[in-house]
Design a protein around this ligand. Sequence first.
Ligand SMILES: NC(=O)c1ccc[n+]([C@@H]2O[C@H](COP(=O)([O-])OP(=O)(O)OC[C@H]3O[C@@H](n4cnc5c(N)ncnc54)[C@H](OP(=O)(O)O)[C@@H]3O)[C@@H](O)[C@H]2O)c1
Length: 317
Amino acid sequence: MAAPTFKLNTGHEMPFVGLGTWKSKPGEVQAAVECAIDVGYRHIDCALCYENEKEAGAGINAKINSGKVKREDLFIVSKLWNTHHDPKDVRSGLMQSLGDLKLDYLDLYLMHWPMAFANNGKIFPRDDKEQLINADVDYVETYKAMEKLLDEGLVKNIGVSNFNEFQLGRILKECKVVPANHQIEIQPYLLQEDMVQLCKKNEISLTAYSPLGSRDRPWVTKEEPNILEDPKILKIAERLGKSPAQVLIRFQVQRGINVIPKSVTPSRIESNIQVFDFELSADDETVIRSMKTSYRACTFLPAASNKYFPFRENYKE
Ligand SMILES: NC(=O)c1ccc[n+]([C@@H]2O[C@H](COP(=O)([O-])OP(=O)(O)OC[C@H]3O[C@@H](n4cnc5c(N)ncnc54)[C@H](OP(=O)(O)O)[C@@H]3O)[C@@H](O)[C@H]2O)c1
């Protein structure tokens, strides 16, 4: 059975729980997408910078061509990469994703980060000292170029990702279209309450990325906390007869937040979406909320020199 949906501020329905595809290798991601659609996922989270959109698209198209689903049953998300922030490059960034995915339109197109990089054909453009090469493009100008994609019908909704409160505030003040969605890291160590409130007030839906702590990140260390093994989560999972991942996913769903766990393992893909037949009690929620720290899995520190790096303290850009 397909997962429940919720209404975006544009009136479109977005399915709760999507399949994450970052780090899913070519050779794995097509099978993961096909498995996900078979077990009820209708929302697939893609991005140009994951460098696997051709294979993710092959999985999507295989399921459409087999008659399992229709294109309009699916909610496909992709993201404008940092190298395509110059307003003149925004459309070509989208066209590359659409071409690779072999789709005519996206359901949601997000600005992946507020930061712009030089556009020299590389996903991570670097100078001779191996430092990322920034570009001086204001994310507000990038967003205004994304608004035009809506008029062309190439995307049904637009939104942002990894913005801080100040940056989202500027989009709300200076742009015409209120973002339909904001995708940020959310897990019990990083509850993001201020952003949750800001988005609620402005009717912007939230998607939680790295909801399981992203343990397959290239820069993960042994010293970092592993949320899937946190004793508080294990205790709740054991009592309910659910997996730790199901508890983590259900917690966000109960907060009204969409979740996009990544997996290439069929049994996990299947169980990660089975979170609509149980509830966490108010006590469980209190315990999970008490886990809050300032830990963040996706820091993107190599980009910290960028003028619009979002995770600086006392940010105002
Ligand atoms: N907007 C952004 O900047 C941004 C940043 C990060 C992520 N994202 C999106 O969010 C998605 C999810 O985040 P993520 O990939 O960082 O990490 P995640 O979903 O928190 O964790 C993925 C890891 O958890 C494992 N896993 C999945 N289900 C499990 C289960 N039931 N039990 C135990 N382990 C399980 C996966 O292993 P297997 O695959 O081996 O099963 C993988 O190692 C991404 O794939 C991407 O689509 C967006």
